[in-house]
Design a protein around this ligand. Structure first.
Ligand SMILES: [Zn+2]
Length: 204
């Protein structure tokens, strides 16, 4: 029996948020500036039962919130719409057509030692951007929209989005990562590592 069978369906207060509007309306994006919403943003989320019929409604309303023309994002997590459940949308820059995809109960099961630094912002934190150190590659376990359990290795900027969104599921904001990284020393590989291809190499 898969582990997800033990995940609870949405409770009454989650249902009332999900059904507060129809699938043509976006959910409100929670902000750290609101005490009640900050509490949701800093809480650890629970797994979602992939069979819950309300996932479709939640996913659609989350998607609309993420793609709000006033401040479009490239990823969103459950707590950002007031739901402490393990559900995220991520823009797959590493796939053809760069589609947005939905992931249920995502878990990072491996992180590369190789790190990368890149600029991040967050829909829940007004006016903040910063350079965050993340793992270059990750292995991700998740359940897809059809209920299939999957695992894959993801690299580069797309892996950064997954790390930012799964942090949200653990109640961690990127500003907390910045603080944590302030005192750390990083060993730069510049000059130590040469990236190259063979001279005769031709693209397939
Ligand atoms: Zn965020």
């Amino acid at each position: 029996m898969p582990a997800c069978s033990f995940a609870q369906r949405f409770n009454a207060s989650e249902k009332s948020i999900i059904l507060s509007g129809d699938t043509a309306t976006m959910l409100r994006v929670t902000q750290i500036t609101e005490a009640q919403e900050l509490k949701v943003l800093t809480s650890v989320s629970a797994d979602i039962n992939p069979k819950d019929p309300l996932i479709k409604v939640l996913a659609r309303r989350m998607y609309l919130a993420m793609r709000d023309v006033r401040r479009p994002g490239i990823g969103i997590a459950g707590p950002q719409v007031g739901i402490n459940r393990n559900i995220i949308w991520v823009k797959r820059y590493d796939k053809e057509g760069e589609p947005f995809e939905l992931y249920l109960n995502p878990k990072i099961t491996w992180r590369s030692e190789l790190l990368r630094k890149g600029q991040e912002g967050c829909l829940s934190i007004p006016d903040a951007i910063g350079d965050v150190v993340r793992h270059h590659s990750i292995r991700l376990k998740y359940t897809d929209q059809s209920g299939q359990e999957k695992e894959e290795i993801i690299e580069g900027f797309t892996a950064v989005i997954f790390q930012h969104e799964t942090d949200h599921l653990n109640g961690i904001l990127f500003t907390e990562r910045l603080k944590e990284q302030e005192g750390k020393a990083y060993y730069s590989l510049a000059g130590q590592l040469d990236f190259m291809t063979e001279k005769r190499y031709s693209r397939p």
